[in-house]
Design a protein around this ligand. Structure first.
Ligand code: SAH
Length: 355
């Protein structure tokens, strides 16, 4: 019996499950349907290379039903960001964000849990608390839906940076990584896992055979401030986190990045930049700066642009590469830290009700 966390939607099936569904059909049909779902990212009903009768049967097969039911689909004013609010089989809601870039490529940001237990005070998902883990299929299907929507653009990157803490749902997230890599064909360097800093999870990742990118949401470079902003720091303090980052780097040789939400008057002082540089430089880590998006439970402003620039210049002056990230999708509550299904149901900027 599937548990609440492991619902058998179309991307939760194993090849054996599919073989069981296709019992009585020629053996090659299993590979054909598998490739249809993963390589071609098609709906079973659209697999026109299957005999019509089989296709009709698969289209009504409950185990091949989609797991994600669109409640809302919003497009930003600039048209470059799409956000979905999905409802799942048990009524839980999660969000996915698709971002198009000028060079023609697109990135999808997926949720890994409904809600989050990490309780970072500035993050809307953290404010709402934890509901449940997403299944592997619920994670993979977010990417599949984005790939289909983006066409003819290509979704080149997947970032595990939506709702939830990926390393607190390790097994299902890693299985999703495997499917995206092995079956959809996305290379490891185009997959990024973002973590609040779960040290045992980072160590496990370091032992995996796929060198995915690791992003660590740092936000503070001293334990007193980080304990306050990111409560899990009390369990895994900076020294342990940074040691795990060094081990990841040694094991994988991938560029590490630190995420830093710049909060007005809280973590944007020159001394903060210097402390951050002292941690980032020995790791060769890239720093992504993003002015904080105010959320209902944490109204402090993001750092204003001129001080964002000054912070960045302090870092670069100390030999650390830093990029200021644009706040995308703010108008549709799709920006970093704003994903919170319950708050977006009545979003006034919804452009169209999904069917
Ligand atoms: N739990 C994971 C992934 C989800 S959060 C993690 O912590 O990395 C994705 C990113 O958005 C993190 O870097 C997080 O710190 C950041 N974030 C959360 N709330 C934010 C806010 N209000 N403004 C800007 N960034 C925020």
């Amino acid at each position: 019996m599937p548990t609440l966390d492991d619902v058998a939607g179309r991307y939760d099936l194993t090849p054996d499950d599919l073989a069981r569904l296709l019992a009585g059909e020629p053996a090659f049909r299993v590979r054909q349907v598998w490739d249809g779902l993963y390589r071609r990212v098609a709906d079973p009903a659209d697999l026109t290379d299957l005999p019509a009768a089989l296709r009709a049967r698969l289209a009504t097969e409950p185990e091949l039903a989609p797991s994600l039911h669109p409640e809302l689909e919003s497009v930003s004013d600039a048209g470059d960001t799409v956000k979905w609010l999905w409802s799942l089989h048990d009524g839980t809601r999660v969000e996915t964000v698709l971002m198009h870039y000028r060079d023609g490529r697109s990135t999808v940001c997926v949720s890994t849990q409904a809600g989050c237990a990490m309780a970072c005070g500035f993050c809307a998902t953290g404010q709402a608390g934890f509901e449940r883990n997403l299944s592997t299929g619920e994670i993979v299907e977010q990417v599949a839906r984005a790939i289909r929507t983006a066409r003819p653009r290509r979704v080149s990157n997947v970032v595990f940076m939506g709702m939830g803490e990926p390393l607190a749902n390790y097994d299902r997230v890693w299985e999703a990584v495997r499917r995206l890599h092995d079956d959809v064909g996305i290379s490891a360097r185009h997959l990024t896992i973002s973590t609040v800093g779960i040290v045992p999870g980072i160590r496990r990742l370091a032992g995996e055979d796929l060198p995915v990118n690791l992003a660590v949401s740092l936000h503070a470079a001293d334990d007193t401030l980080r304990d306050e902003l990111v409560p899990i720091n009390r369990r895994y303090p900076l020294a342990a986190l940074v040691a795990a980052c060094h081990d990841y780097l040694d094991a994988k040789g991938r560029r590490l990045s630190f995420e830093w939400a710049l909060i007005d008057g809280v973590n944007d002082r020159p001394a903060d930049a210097r402390r951050l540089a002292a941690l980032a430089r020995p790791l060769g880590a890239h720093v992504n700066l993003i002015p904080l998006n105010p959320t209902p439970g944490y109204l402090t402003r993001g750092t204003p642009p001129e001080r964002v620039r000054a912070f960045r210049e302090t870092l670069t002056g100390l030999g650390v590469n830093a990029t200021v990230r644009r706040n995308r999708g703010t108008d549709i509550d799709a920006a970093c830290g704003q994903l919170r299904a319950s708050a977006t149901v009545a979003s006034p900027v919804t452009l169209r009700q999904a069917d």
